[in-house]
Ligand binder design. Structure first.
Ligand SMILES: [Zn+2]
Length: 383
């Protein structure tokens, strides 16, 4: 059985140990020590990486009793080796893990929500709850969890005797046999074998980044510690950049965006009206019986359609309207009454790398190559 240094002191970064076994395995060497500070993967927390002597530790696993390190080089059995864990990665895991305890405990205390899933991923921690929660409930839990962080109380990890355990209230994802390691953080008590910070204040900040309904509860993306700071700083920078674009200070972006949206709606209505007027004007100038190909600069897809249809209605002949758009040149093709322009549309697409199609009476699309003059000559020869 490997002595687990991280269970009694999660701040051990370097240690010496005796090499008990070293066997070649796929991807490296399986190394067993008499003691280790390397946390094995488990309970949603990734394993530690680092070095054992000159060898890199790539992965760490446990069967519960023995901890096996996968290294990239062999170690001398019977020899002593110095272990060094990747401390920034471990500290990050401890910040996420301890923050998760505090937030899960708060959600449980306030709303009776159980944590049914936890994974320290990148860039955020995934947390699943057993019941649906509203935005207001999540905001309240986040606020109270951060108050527990600022209270900076000690985090306690211990293994109670069976009788004490029987009289202790604690959260657990599953029924446990034998020794149960309890972790008390910010007023919450939970069975856990992971590594934690010594005081809640070291978590710094807990931020729920996003949430969505998932199965019978919620799936949260959460950042704690340095990750929470990085997320908030990044979101703040992004928000300020948006504020500069909107000429609005951070804090009043929503009304500024609403004004922008209302303005866009009004512009769309004006554009539609102008395109109708344009279609009428083109139709008034069109000569009956003559197929036509026209440049209608500024018209969007709807405008091209309106102009082409109104000209055809006046002339009784096919009409194509073109303007910059789509892949390069946007077109609308309206056929003479009872006509079918689909073959013409296909030929046009084939000639100028176009995409598009439609019904017998009307086709629409865009061309990646060809100038207006080329397309006009092509169509007047075809229509
Ligand atoms: Zn834990």
């Amino acid at each position: 059985m490997t002595q687990k240094l991280y269970e009694t002191d999660s701040y051990v970064q370097t240690f010496t140990a005796q090499v008990l076994a070293c066997t070649p395995v796929q991807g490296g060497f399986a190394v067993v020590l008499d003691r280790t500070a390397f946390f094995p993967e488990g309970g949603g927390q990734p394993c530690d990486t680092g070095t054992l002597g000159a060898a890199c530790v790539l992965a760490v696993h446990t069967d519960g009793a023995t901890i096996t390190h996968t290294t990239d080089a062999p170690l001398t059995v019977g020899g002593t080796v110095e272990g060094c864990i990747d401390w920034p990665a471990r500290l990050d895991a401890m910040q996420q893990h301890t923050g998760e305890h505090i937030l899960s405990g708060t959600l449980h205390r306030l709303f009776g929500a159980e944590n049914v899933g936890f994974h320290i991923g990148t860039p955020y921690v995934r947390m699943d709850t057993s019941i649906p929660l509203s935005a207001a409930q999540l905001a309240q839990a986040e606020a109270e969890a951060n108050a527990a962080v600022r209270a900076d109380t000690p985090v306690r990890c211990w293994v109670p005797d069976p009788e004490t355990l029987a009289h202790t209230e604690y959260r657990s994802k599953k029924a446990l046999d034998g020794d149960v390691r309890l972790v008390e953080a910010g007023g919450d008590c939970c069975a856990c074998c992971g590594t934690h910070l010594a005081h809640t204040g070291e978590v710094g900040l807990i931020k729920i980044i996003s949430y969505a309904h998932y199965k019978s509860g919620m799936r949260l993306a959460v950042a704690c510690g340095q990750r929470a700071y990085d997320a908030v700083a990044g979101i703040w920078a992004d928000t300020e950049a948006a504020g500069r674009l909107l000429s609005s200070p951070v804090g009043s972006l929503a009304p500024a965006l609403e004004r922008l949206q209302n303005g866009e709606t009004a512009l769309k209505a004006r554009l539609a009206a102008l395109q109708n007027t344009l279609a009428d004007a083109y139709a008034a100038a069109a000569e009956p019986g003559q197929p036509s190909v026209l440049w209608v600069d500024g018209a969007d897809g709807d405008g091209l359609r309106r102009v082409a249809m109104s000209i055809t209605a006046k002339t009784g002949a096919a009409c194509c309207t073109l303007a910059p758009g789509g892949q390069g040149l946007a077109y609308a093709l309206a056929s003479a009454p009872g006509g079918d322009l689909r073959e013409t549309c296909k030929a046009l697409n084939a000639a100028y790398q176009g995409r598009g199609g439609g019904k017998p009476g009307f086709c629409q699309g865009s061309l990646a190559s060809g100038s207006f003059e080329q397309v006009k000559d092509f169509l007047l020869n075809t229509l």
